[in-house]
Ligand binder design. Structure first.
Ligand code: SF4
Length: 264
């Protein structure tokens, strides 16, 4: 199946969103060869630069309100549990506007996949600070520098109950594609943060290249190991940044529990 539409791509030339689009399409080609029916995939977007992917992917889709794609995705999954439901969200869209939906989808283990394009600023609206911008970040709403510290979203979703927690980086294309595929194949709530430098307003390409390393021999079912590695980079320090799967377990999904025949 052809996954690209004919719409003109309006991301800034060189934006790392192109890599996410390509990696997602490549992952879908592989999944289709392995038996995934593209007609049983539906994807959603929120508002932000990431949201433009809505126009470029030839799949069933829903362009949601700001911060509300995860809430809508859960409704779609509940209405038709056969569908693979995938959300593309941005850090501003998901960690600011829609944070409550992220937490509760993780808590329920709703069988949806969340891909966060994290460029650490509200890029579409010419750069305001988000919940994961570093302290001192200078943007159009904080010209003298943000006085707030970022939080660690991986720690948040992990604590809330996510059964798949991973991070990747657009600077490592094969890893990006692999993590997208792994997340799609996970049965349950899958959270994948994609470090995605915004080359126009906040270019962290070199910052990430110097710090990112791939996790090896991670025990996916160990809560202690997951927490240790998730905390290694807390979005405040300048240390190493692990990418890969931190945590992955099997657990009944919200939809399985919801539709389970009553015992009484
Ligand atoms: Fe990409 Fe940043 Fe341009 Fe948005 S503003 S398209 S994130 S480079």
């Amino acid at each position: 199946m052809k996954y690209q539409t004919d719409a003109k791509i309006t991301w800034c030339p060189g934006c790392s969103n192109f890599l996410i689009l390509r990696a997602f399409q490549d992952a879908l080609f592989e999944l289709e060869k392995e038996g995934q029916n593209p007609k049983e995939i539906v994807f959603l977007t929120g508002i932000g630069c990431h949201g433009k992917i809505f126009d470029y992917l030839n799949l069933n889709s829903f362009y949601a309100l700001h911060g509300r794609s995860i809430a809508t995705a859960q409704g779609i999954k509940l209405a038709n549990p056969k569908l693979k439901v995938i959300c593309f969200v941005g850090d501003g869209d998901c960690y600011n506007e829609g944070i409550e939906h992220l937490i509760f989808a993780a808590k329920r283990n709703s069988d949806i996949k969340v891909f966060v394009h994290n460029n650490r600023n509200f890029a579409l609206t010419v750069s305001q600070f988000t919940a994961v911008s570093p302290k001192g970040f200078k943007g159009s709403s904080t010209p003298k520098g943000s006085v707030e510290e970022p939080f660690n979203p991986l720690e948040l979703v992990f604590s809330a109950g996510a059964t798949f927690v991973a991070r990747t980086f657009t600077g490592n294309f094969e890893h990006l594609k692999k993590m997208i595929k792994e997340a799609i194949l996970h049965e349950g709530f899958a959270f994948l943060e994609i470090l995605q430098p915004c080359i126009t307003f906040f270019d962290l390409t070199n910052f990430f290249k110097e710090r990112v390393y791939t996790l090896e021999n991670q025990d996916f079912e160990s809560k202690e190991k997951a927490q240790e590695k998730i905390r290694e980079w807390d979005y405040k320090n300048d240390g190493k940044i692990p990418i890969g799967i931190f945590y992955k377990i099997k657990k009944p999904t919200f939809e399985q529990e919801f539709f389970k025949p009553s015992q009484s």
